[in-house]
Design a protein around this ligand. Sequence first.
Ligand SMILES: [Ca+2]
Ligand SMILES: [Ca+2]
Ligand SMILES: [Ca+2]
Length: 150
Amino acid sequence: MNRIALGAALALLLVGIGVVWLQGRAEVERGAPPPAPSTARPEGLPSADVAGLEGPAPPVASELSREQQRFFRYDRDRDLRITRNEMLSTRTNAFRDLDKDGNNLLTFEEWAVTTVERFDQADADRNGELNQKEFATTAPKPGATPACRC
Ligand SMILES: [Ca+2]
Ligand SMILES: [Ca+2]
Ligand SMILES: [Ca+2]
């Protein structure tokens, strides 16, 4: 009976030693630094046989049609509807250019500013009239396109 008990005690002792040894080994492996990356590099430039292969096409933004471009030029808030103000807003800068005093009213002098400036430039002697020589300077330049009469 003592032999059996002694054998069992020895077996338990060996199992306990084995468990402690395995735990210790696991701790050592857990604390070990990661393996160093391989510093060996392949020689030469990387290459691949791509004959007959075709990659996916790169993404391309779709082109807006001419009419879509015209629509979005007016649709400032991109709600796909053009309000009256949006339609008229394209004329605002031209109006502001003509409204020299900024009072939101166009006098005849402001509206006819191009002609007024042309007259003033041509009136070399500043007498308020154009003689034939002065008027000749107002002739359109050859090849010049007329201004937009929108
Ligand atoms: Ca809109
Ligand atoms: Ca004005
Ligand atoms: Ca004159």
